[in-house]
Design a binder for this molecule. Structure first.
Ligand code: AMP
Ligand code: ZN
Length: 476
């Protein structure tokens, strides 16, 4: 039975992009929270900027679970319809990647979905309750398009069916947009025939004589859904037509989320469609937002190749508030890894402590930790409480252990199980030899060979674990 009695409403405050203020959080249904997070477009590997948006949602989920809520977390997989340009122009990212690789879109999607799941698991993100793919929900998307059409919100032009934003007076609300400014700006990559630059495609027609890799029949003709439609269709399928929290990176607010709101409020007649919009700020690298198009990306496996434990990246993430821009660079990552290692060795020592804790002595620290997270998920403040607990002699080791284990259910740093340097490891001459070869390749900066060895081991179900004493391995 869930611990509804434990839930103390009124203390939790989240910043809501929609109202531009911190508001007290209350779920629509007592004791239950529905969260929808925009997931990856699976045309290539995710970078650690993308991972930041997943970690933010995971922190939110873990915190709400620790407060006693039943959480249903839905994260979608975008495997069709995300065009290269936000102006509904250009090719589909999946289609482009598949053609380039000479593979099917399904094969590409499968590969990068799996990689994304592994990345999430390595940084200890809890699995979502639902992880739907856009291509598995084409019927729901068409049905939503039909509702919008019946309501008179759409118009048809040469290349597709479009949403007429003038039919939705609150269009600018979520992101505080200047729509008149947009009209004046006259973007050159606009689609001919669109009535307003911000009108967006609900369904794009397959070009005459062109065989696309992904296309479906619809009442409007053969083609494929516009990207935004999937999130309205899948969130309503799994969370209902009015739900609690929607998350994603801040770059999604102006177009993707704004369009999700327009479609959903018009189709479902609910306002607000989503009570809380929570957006994470960017992870920057080299002075700008980490992004594939700029090319300034680092992936989790890059960090692992540099010898970092993936959870050291989780620790790095926790050092900044999710609404602050966070700068990634070698020094900052190294500092985070040092902090994480210190925490792991302390945790390893506390694991052996046999004495009982004293709840009364623990109470003020528990309250401080909770109050940091209640304040719009202030993770850096929560981390400071962790160090306060471990510092000095104001608490017994039993209290330190109890608090650390409890706090880590929210922080997700796996401190109870994290391998300490003294851990016993399996020995196998062949695998140990491969590990040494990989180390040598890394030292020679031959990352291709290093990656190859890691992949070979991973195919055998073996993961490499970086410990303070050097790399070790274990079977998954
Ligand atoms: P995409 O796969 O590009 O659609 O992005 C997936 C998620 O990652 C979205 O929520 C984006 O807003 C988010 N995102 C992309 N780049 C960054 C970044 N540099 N920092 C933080 N979040 C990002
Ligand atoms: Zn989305």
């Amino acid at each position: 039975m869930r611990a509804v009695e434990r839930i103390r409403l009124g203390d939790i405050r989240f910043y809501n992009t929609r109202t531009r203020s911190k508001e007290g959080f209350e779920p629509i249904r007592a004791g239950e929270v529905g969260i929808y997070t925009c997931g990856p477009t699976v045309y290539g590997p995710s970078h650690i900027g993308n991972l930041r948006s997943q970690l933010m949602a995971d922190l939110l989920k873990r915190f709400l679970l620790s407060e006693g809520f039943d959480v249903t977390h839905v994260i979608n997989i975008t495997d069709v319809g995300h065009l290269v340009s936000d102006a509904d122009d250009g090719d589909d990212k999946m289609e482009l990647a598949a053609r380039k690789a000479g593979e099917t879109a399904e094969a590409i999607a499968e590969r990068y979905t799996e990689l994304w799941r592994q990345d999430r698991a390595q940084v200890n993100c809890l699995g979502p309750e639902q992880n739907p793919r856009a291509t598995d929900h084409i019927a729901e998307q068409i049905e939503l398009g039909q509702r919008l059409e019946a309501g008179g919100f759409l118009y048809r032009i040469g290349d597709g069916l479009y949403f007429d934003i003038t039919r939705f007076p609150r269009y600018a609300e979520l992101a505080g947009l200047d729509l008149e400014g947009q009209r004046g700006a006259g973007r050159i990559d606009e689609v001919a025939g669109k009535r307003h630059p911000a009108d967006f495609a609900i369904w794009k027609f397959a070009e005459e004589g062109v065989q696309r890799l992904q296309e479906w029949d619809s009442p409007w003709g053969r083609g494929f859904p516009g990207w935004h439609l999937e999130c309205s269709a899948m969130s309503s399928r799994y969370l209902g037509e009015h739900f609690d929290i929607h998350t994603g990176g801040i770059d999604l607010a102006t177009v993707h989320h704004t369009n999700e709101v327009a479609q959903s409020e018009c189709a479902f007649g609910s306002h607000p469609w989503v009570n809380f919009w929570m957006h994470n700020e960017f992870l920057d690298f080299g002075g700008e937002k980490m992004s594939k198009s700029v090319g300034n990306v680092a992936t989790l496996s890059d960090l692992v190749d540099q010898g970092y434990d993936p959870l050291a990246f989780r620790y790095f993430f926790l050092q900044a508030h999710y609404r602050q821009q966070q700068t990634y660079n070698a020094e900052a990552m190294e500092a985070a890894a040092r902090g994480y290692r210190r925490l792991v060795s302390t945790a390893a020592r506390l694991r052996d402590v046999q004495t009982h804790g004293n709840p009364e002595a623990q109470a003020p620290y528990r309250a401080q930790f909770r109050s940091a997270l209640c304040d719009d998920l202030n993770a850096p403040r929560a981390l400071a409480v962790v160090w306060e607990v471990l510092r000095g002699d104001q608490l017994s080791e039993g209290d330190q252990r109890d608090l650390l284990w409890e706090f880590d259910r929210v922080l997700g740093l796996n401190l109870k199980e994290a391998e300490s340097p003294e851990e016993e490891w399996e020995v196998d001459p062949r695998i140990d030899g491969l590990l040494r070869d990989r180390e040598a390749a890394r030292e020679a900066r031959d990352f291709a060979t290093a990656d190859q060895i890691r992949d070979t081991l991973s195919e055998e179900g073996i993961v490499i674990v970086d410990t303070p004493a050097g790399p070790r391995w274990k079977r998954t």
